[in-house]
Design a binder for this molecule. Sequence first.
Ligand SMILES: *Cc1c(COP(=O)(O)O)cnc(C)c1O
Length: 454
Amino acid sequence: MYRQKRFLLDEAELPRQWYNIQAEMPNKPLPPLHPGTKKPLRAEDLFPIFAEECARQELNQTDAFIDIPETVREKYCSYRSTPLVRAYELENALGTPAHIYFKNESVNPLGSHKVNSALAQCYYLKEEGMTNVTTETGAGQWGAALAYAARVFGLEAAVYQVKISMQQKPYRSMIMRTFGATVEGSPSMSTRAGKDLITKNPAYTGSLGSAISEAIELATTTPGCKYSLGSVLSHVTLHQTIIGLEAEKQMAMAGEYPDMVIACFGGGSNFGGIAFPFMRHNFTGEHTTEFIAAEPASCPKLTRGEFRYDFGDESGYTPLLPMYTLGHNFHPANIHAGGLRYHGAGVIVSQLLKDGLMRGMDIPQLEAFDAAMIFARTEGIIPAPESSHAIAATVREALRCKETGEEKVILFNLSGHGLIDMTAYDSYLSGDLQNYNVADEEIARYLQDVPTMP
Ligand SMILES: *Cc1c(COP(=O)(O)O)cnc(C)c1O
């Protein structure tokens, strides 16, 4: 008997609006605070740095749906809808009665969900008269997505990539340069922040904190240039809700509704993207779906962090955000899931977690790769190390269903493919990969650096 496996939407069915969960949350997120005055941030405070429309979206707590500009929707049409896939082979291999679905966000030229927000942000910058955009990137997924989106809208992109990542993972900087972006290893000699760091320590190989400082400096000192972020902030997650809004329609085509929605968690954009459009039906009491954010055990802000006002970056330049954090100076182990090595969670997710509307699950590195192997060998797709955390959480839940005999419907987000991360697979296959444990004392020590609020 033929069993339908893939579900796709026609162009006409692609969503025309993003979903802004802030308007419907039972408790709204606390306001971000200006780092100098400690007063609640206004959208205008963000105008010098971000696209004005993104700044307004960031603080919008009234409109549940926000129009996707027609031009952005057209660009989405070149690779969306992304497939919703029923993972029959994975189910069989696990011997679970659960129905497992995944939304495949790896199916675009850049290979991850990040392009969904990069296109929106570059569109607004162009509309607002900007000529240049700058950002930081670690492993390079965000830099690659932004370089491509900048090309699409005719902006010049300058990307600061953490120097050590650029050396260890050279392919993504080649991708960025292929799209025409300028890529600098951070710290670089092109900014004051970079020069200061190099003068202090010529051997310093950089961090996301140093790269953020350089990109913000470039944006604030260059006319026509603004800065752009690929995760954590609420407007980024807003753009990613295209994932869940499509998935909702595709699940209906499959004749099912998820009992569980799972995604990996770095700053929260792909998690919020797939989860929020389903979560709204929990708010109305229509459904009781469970939401699980899978984070690395070596960077456990959701399961072991504290809810505090903290900085988004190491240098303390950003607004103070009310979030679950391990402390802005926390240095996670050098795991292969580079996109999940961030110390804090976005403000929306933090409030939802505090209110018990979702939960975090921490996954050790080896378990993530074990799950990636099962997935690759059954579904034929090599997942990104980040996405493998979502797969591992799915495997855990599917095996629980096997014990209890429950036929739960599980939906997870495949945030990207791992074809540019094959060195990570090489380490795993050679038996060189290890788990990293974080001691309670270590977390407590970094939390001491978090500013205390009156
Ligand atoms: C960046 C990235 C992530 C983590 O970022 P979120 O904002 O938490 O989604 C996850 N998966 C992939 C493939 C990424 O590139």
